[in-house]
Design a protein around this ligand. Structure first.
Ligand code: ATP
Length: 367
């Protein structure tokens, strides 16, 4: 099966340049998620791969075929849209068969594929119904089924879950992941939802402003974000970004948290670029890595005792927002193990030495 490759892609709409010299290689069998905020260019990129929009410059290859100027139907792809795009007057079966109309197949083969896809998606009991007689989740399955029957190597998904309620979204995430595990086909999936990206992708390309900011496995993106944008975009609640100054960088590296003066022990930080003493940095601390109370000295990177401004509780999860020199530090913990602090109460929390992310405030790049 083929790789998909974008080479030096440029996309302009009139005088607006949406993508500037973008390069991306998607390996055969990957589940690649294009993740980014609204307007970052991810749908445009997907549409160009599908052949629904032209490139302004650059080439798109699938395997050893240059598909840049090919008709959508000749690219060997199938696409699932956010809107499902089902035909209201056709039955489920009619909709599935319609996906095959461009391929010249005999009746028995068409029948076999419809049976196979409808069993796989558990819609085989619904084949005679019209879309209006289906739930949102069932309609979404039909839309996926219509792509599956085409038996192509590359599937494109454009925000296919955004019209579903939260529970169905969770179910369909698992379902699509299962399909990928079973079929082992290449999937390119566009979303602005980080949970979808983190739970389904084998690799995520995080985009902002038409530029791929980082590409990596979900763990790499979460554990070692390359810049402030990726660090802030991934994680909920968002990573705390606190200003600090490096006060020593000999055997031990220590930075001072500016608002509180608390020392941050960075000796176990794996620097990509060594900072100098006196250099300003932004220290990233994920809310979920804090512990309430003290932790063993050898594991502890920073220790804060700060007043609680307010708390948010979702089930047993609590996020406390601590006041620190005009800013807030979010700390997340489990209320099964600690009481929920009241506003104004001082909370003692510690942060592990090996969980900092450091960024240069000027370049916004990981230090
Ligand atoms: P969303 O999640 O909101 O769909 P996106 O990341 O998919 O966002 P695109 O739809 O790719 O973003 O749009 C990227 C940029 O290109 C946006 O600034 C958008 O306004 C612009 N754009 C998209 N299509 C056109 C068009 N046909 N004409 C002019 N500008 C366009």
């Amino acid at each position: 099966m083929p790789d998909v490759e974008f080479r030096n892609i440029v996309k302009r709409f009139g005088s607006l340049t949406v993508l500037e010299n973008l390069n991306l290689k998607i390996a055969d069998g990957e589940f690649l998620v294009l993740l980014g905020p609204s307007g970052c260019g991810k749908t445009t990129l997907l549409n160009m791969l599908a052949g629904l929009q032209e490139t302004s410059d650059g080439t798109i290859a699938i395997g050893d075929r240059d598909v840049t100027d090919l008709d959508p139907k000749d690219r060997g792809l199938a696409m699932v849209f956010q809107s499902y795009a089902l035909y209201p007057t056709k039955t489920v079966k009619g909709n599935l068969l319609f996906g095959l109309s461009a391929q010249k197949l005999d009746k028995a083969e068409m029948q076999r594929r419809v049976e196979w896809a409808s069993k796989l998606l558990q819609i085989d009991a619904l084949l005679d119904r019209k879309p209006a007689q289906l739930s949102g989740g069932q309609r979404q399955r039909v839309a996926i089924g219509r792509a599956l029957v085409k038996n192509v190597d590359v599937f494109l998904f454009d925000e296919p879950l955004s019209n579903l309620d939260a529970k169905l979204r969770t179910e369909m995430r698992l379902e699509i992941k299962r399909l990928h595990n079973e079929l082992k086909k290449t999937i390119v999936f566009v979303t602005h939802d980080q949970i979808e990206a983190m739970t389904m992708a084998t690799r995520i390309a995080v985009m902002n402003g038409g530029v791929i900011q980082q590409i990596g496995t979900p763990d790499e993106i979460y554990e070692r974000p390359k810049n402030l944008f990726v660090a802030s975009f991934i994680g909920s609640p968002a990573m705390n970004m606190v200003p600090a100054t490096v006060v020593a960088n000999g055997g031990a590296c220590v930075a001072r948290h500016e608002p509180s003066g608390v020392p941050l022990h960075l000796s176990r930080y794996q620097f990509e670029h060594q900072p100098k003493t006196g250099q300003n940095v932004i220290a990233g601390m994920r809310p979920e890595h804090f512990s309430v109370g003290e932790m063993p000295e050898e594991a502890c990177g920073a220790y804060f005792e700060l007043p609680v401004r307010y708390t948010e509780k979702t089930g047993s999860d609590v996020t406390a927002f601590l006041e620190s020199g005009g800013g807030l530090i979010a700390v997340r913990f489990d209320s099964k193990h600690y009481h929920v602090p009241a506003a104004g109460e001082r909370l003692r929390v510690s942060y592990p030495a090996d969980k900092f992310d450091l960024f240069d405030p000027k370049t916004e790049v990981r230090i």
